[in-house]
Design a protein around this ligand. Structure first.
Ligand SMILES: Cc1cc2nc3c(=O)[nH]c(=O)nc-3n(C[C@H](O)[C@H](O)[C@H](O)COP(=O)(O)OP(=O)(O)OC[C@H]3O[C@@H](n4cnc5c(N)ncnc54)[C@H](O)[C@@H]3O)c2cc1C
Length: 392
């Protein structure tokens, strides 16, 4: 049975969600501030300010009258900007039905009070009326009716489940959770943690005479109990990890049994040469020096691992062996090479030797693995291949 849904805020996300609810046959009214926007949605099925290319469903109706949108609405989706939510809610609370639910979709934390959106709803309307809806998702996908999954969280799991059922449709799948704070902080902080920290990399030469860097530094917005299996530590913090590039050590793979389906024995031989061991020590010591510079010192309190007690070469290498992990990417299994290279599977136009019309275009054609990460070089290979194919 459908219940009335009010969506407050005709920005991209509010419009997209209202379009999804209307398309699913829900009784939904979208409130927007601008009379022109509301008229365009009602008359031309377009929101000229956001998602202008996407045709909104004819069943979607919009209004500039918040009271009209809220009358009889049991579910109130708040799609107004985070910093305006408190005042907006206080202004409109009296127009809402007594037991209606507020579903915040704004990603953010109130600057003045440090409260999350659901905490503001708790304060103003009561915790039994607060819920949040959060992606990862794209408004344009939802507006266009493309498959999307989101999380709906409330203090009570039963409430979250009922809401998830109300808001779900054939293409918008809502999963219920009672981790309100986790869902909200995940949404509000993800860009700071994932994007800002994810792009911080450094390339370092451990010896001045090297032509190219032999160490890659990577920041991670978390602390690890074990880097190797990527389990997180409970202690909050960040990780700065050095990775050796173009190492000398070579491992080997051996058949471990006559059974062809039995897994092979893989001997990684990590830190297997004097030079690699020396590079690892230089890289770890450089990382420590970097964190002690005047620029970095204000941002951290103390080193969690390996910890100040680990100083000798032997102790540091023991730590590297215990905690370290290779950052090498699977590549080069179908290498490109000139005529006469017995190990080359594809020629310099990426054609499989002997077949002519078949090209391989992916990370496997790299003659040897690149020193940094492989995604960008793979895209470059693909763009070059597209040019070669078009030129044929
Ligand atoms: C956990 C992880 C983290 C990574 N992090 C980074 C990073 O931070 N930065 C970075 O630059 N790189 C990173 N990489 C590496 C990067 O993702 C790869 O180098 C890149 O995706 C390689 O592109 P590709 O086209 O060669 O292979 P893929 O992206 O693996 O594409 C191969 C495609 O072929 C499809 N396929 C396989 N078999 C068949 C079949 N028989 N028929 C049809 N389709 C098939 C697969 O489904 C897949 O879609 C990471 C890789 C992993 C696994």
């Amino acid at each position: 049975m459908s219940t009335r849904i009010a969506v407050l805020g005709a920005g991209a996300w509010g419009t997209a969600l209202a379009a999804s609810f209307a398309r699913a046959g829900q009784d939904c009214l979208l409130w927007g501030r601008g009379a022109q926007t509301v008229a365009a949605i009602n008359e031309r099925q377009r929101n000229p300010n956001y998602l202008g290319d996407i045709a909104l469903p004819a069943d979607l109706k919009a209004t500039t009258d918040a009271g009209a949108a809220l009358a009889g609405a049991q579910t109130i989706v708040l799609a107004v900007p985070a910093q305006t939510l408190r005042a907006f809610l206080a202004d409109n609370l009296a127009k809402t039905e007594p037991h209606s639910l507020f579903v915040s979709t704004a990603k953010g934390i109130d600057r003045e009070s440090g409260r999350t959106m659901s905490e503001i709803i708790d304060d103003i309307a009561g915790p039994e009326r607060s819920a949040v809806l959060s992606g990862p998702s794209f408004a344009a996908d939802v507006a266009a009716g493309l498959p999307t999954a989101v999380t709906v969280a409330a203090h009570d799991l039963g409430v979250a489940k009922a809401l998830a059922e109300t808001l779900s449709s054939r293409t918008l799948r809502c999963y219920a959770s009672d981790d309100l704070m986790g869902v909200e902080l995940g949404g509000a902080l993800k860009n700071v943690l994932a994007i800002a920290a994810g792009i911080v990399h450094g390339f370092v030469k451990t010896r001045p005479e090297l032509e190219t860097p032999d160490v890659q530094l990577q920041f991670f917005p978390g602390t690890y109990r074990s880097i190797r299996d990527r389990t997180l530590d409970r202690e909050p913090g960040a990780t700065l990890g050095p990775t050796l590039l173009r190492v000398e050590s070579r491992g080997s793979v051996h058949a471990a049994s006559p059974d062809p389906l039995a897994p092979p024995a893989i001997l990684t031989n990590v830190l297997g040469t004097d030079r690699d061991r020396e590079s690892a020590l230089l890289a770890m010591r450089f990382t420590r020096r970097l964190m002690e510079t005047a620029a970095m010192r204000p941002y951290y309190d103390h080193e969690i691992t390996p910890g100040v007690d680990v100083q000798s070469d032997a102790d540091m290498l023991a730590y590297a062996r215990e905690m370290g992990a290779s950052n090498w990417h699977p590549a080069s299994s179908c290498r490109m090479g000139p005529d006469g290279d017995p190990k080359a599977v594809v020629d310099t136009s990426l054609r499989v030797r002997g077949l002519g019309a078949l090209r391989v275009v992916d990370a496997s054609v790299m003659p040897s693995v690149v020193s940094g990460n492989t995604n960008a070089p793979t895209i470059m290979i693909a763009e070059k291949a597209a040019d070669m194919i078009l030129a044929d």
